[in-house]
Design a protein around this ligand. Structure first.
Ligand code: DAH
Length: 358
C-alpha cells in the first residue's frame, strides 16, 4: 500500500526543487503523466469496493488536486523569474547617444543645399521656394524672355499639354522664376536664395534631365556690382573653406540681367584633385548680373527706385567639385553603396563655426 502522505511530501519537495520549466515538467509527468505515481493511484480506484471508493476516492483526488495546484504555483514563479532574466538581458539604455545607431545618409546634394543655406543665412539671406511646375510667364516672359526670344531654344523645356486657353505649363528650366515670385509677394529690401530642382530635356555624363540650382536675389536701393562681387567671393571662400581666392567676371549674356557676367574662380587641378584659391586654371562657377530693369518692372516695382543683383548656380556641380565625385549620373542612381560612401550623417549639421565642410 502506497503511503499517501510520503508520496505527497516527496512530490511537494520535488516541485519546490524544480529550477526550470523543463525540470518541473519532469515532475508533472512523474506524478500526473500516463505512468505517473498519482495516476497509478487513481487507476486503482476502479478495482475497489464501493465502500473503499468512498474513503480512497476523496483521498486520491485530493492528492491530485493539491499536486496540480502546487505545480501551477511553481510554474508561475518560474515563468516570472525567466521573464526577469530575459528583461535584464534585453535591457536598452535609452540614454545612449543616437550616433551609435547610424542609419541612413544624407545625399551630397542635400548636404550642399544645407551648406548654402548656412552660408547665406549668415549674410542675411532667407530661403525662398517656388513651384517646380511653372507658368511660361514666370519661367520666361517675366524674366525678359518673350515667346519669340532665341534664349528659349537653349532651355530644352519639358512642356505640359496646353489647357483650354492654350496656356502650357512647364517644368521650370531654372530657379530664376523664384526671383519673380519673390519680388511679387514681398516688399523690398529682398535678400533670398532659392535652392531647388530644375528640369531640361538633356542627358549625358554631365547633364541629367533633373538637376539642382540655387538662385540668389538682392533687391534694395543703391545696389551695385561691387556688392555682387563681394557676396559671391564671400560665398566661395566659405563654401570651399579657403581664406583667399581670386575671382574674375567674364562678360556674358542673360536676358534677365544687364550687365551680365560669369564668375570664374582661380584653381589648380592636380592628380584628379581640385584646389581652389591657387594655381593658374579657372573654374566656371555661376552666372550673375544686375537685375534687368524690365524684370523689376514686370514684378510691379519701380526700377528707378529699386535695383539689385542676381545669380544662378548649379548645385550638383558644386557638390562634385567639393566632394570629388566624377559622374553626375551616379547622383540619381539610388545606389546605396554610393550613398554610404558619399553621403553624410544627418547629425553632422554644417555650421560656419564648425566649418561647413566638416
Ligand atoms: N538661370 C540661368 C541658367 O539657368 C542662371 C542665371 C544666370 C541665373 C544669371 C541668374 C543670373 O539669376 O543672374 O542658366
Amino acid at each position: 500500500m502506497v503511503d499517501i502522505a510520503l508520496l505527497e511530501s516527496d512530490l511537494t519537495a520535488a516541485i519546490a526543487a524544480a529550477g526550470s520549466a523543463d525540470a518541473l515538467e519532469d515532475v508533472r509527468v512523474r506524478a500526473l503523466g500516463k505512468n505517473g505515481s498519482v495516476t497509478a493511484l487513481l487507476k486503482t480506484l476502479g478495482g475497489l469496493s464501493p465502500e473503499e471508493k468512498q474513503t480512497k476516492g476523496p483521498l486520491f483526488n485530493g492528492l491530485r488536486e493539491r499536486v496540480t495546484a502546487a505545480l501551477g504555483t511553481r510554474k508561475t514563479i518560474l515563468e516570472a523569474a525567466a521573464l526577469d532574466v530575459q528583461l535584464a538581458a534585453e535591457r536598452v539604455d535609452i540614454t545612449l547617444p543616437a550616433a551609435t545607431v547610424p542609419v541612413g545618409r544624407l545625399h551630397p546634394v542635400h548636404r550642399v543645399m544645407d551648406e548654402l543655406t548656412e552660408i547665406f543665412a549668415d549674410l542675411g539671406f532667407a530661403v525662398a521656394e517656388g513651384p517646380e511646375i511653372e507658368s511660361d510667364w514666370h519661367n520666361f516672359t517675366a524674366l525678359n524672355i518673350p515667346p519669340e526670344h532665341p534664349a528659349r531654344a537653349m532651355h530644352d523645356t519639358f512642356y505640359f499639354p496646353a489647357d483650354a486657353n492654350g496656356d502650357r505649363k512647364l517644368l521650370r528650366t531654372h530657379t530664376s522664376p523664384v526671383q519673380i515670385r519673390t519680388m511679387m509677394s514681398q516688399k523690398p529690401p529682398i535678400r533670398i536664395i532659392a535652392p531647388g530642382r530644375t528640369y531640361r530635356s538633356d542627358s549625358d555624363a554631365t547633364h541629367t534631365p533633373m538637376f539642382h540650382q540655387v538662385e540668389g536675389l538682392v533687391i534694395d536701393r543703391h545696389i551695385t556690382m561691387a556688392h555682387l562681387r563681394w557676396t559671391l567671393e564671400t560665398f566661395i571662400k566659405a563654401f570651399f573653406e579657403v581664406d583667399d581666392i581670386i575671382t574674375r567676371f567674364r562678360p556674358s549674356f542673360f536676358p534677365f540681367t544687364e550687365p551680365s557676367a560669369e564668375l570664374d574662380v582661380q584653381c589648380q587641378w592636380g592628380g584628379g584633385e581640385l584646389k581652389v584659391g591657387e594655381g593658374s586654371d579657372w573654374l566656371e562657377i555661376l552666372g550673375c548680373g544686375m537685375v534687368h530693369p524690365k524684370v523689376i518692372a514686370a514684378c510691379g516695382l519701380d526700377p528707378t527706385e529699386w535695383q539689385g543683383f542676381a545669380f544662378g548656380c548649379g548645385i550638383d556641380r558644386l557638390a562634385m567639385l567639393k566632394y570629388g565625385m566624377t559622374d553626375l549620373r551616379a547622383f540619381f542612381d539610388a545606389d546605396l553603396r554610393w550613398l554610404k560612401h558619399y553621403g553624410f550623417s544627418f547629425l553632422d549639421v554644417p555650421t560656419l563655426s564648425g566649418g561647413v565642410g566638416a
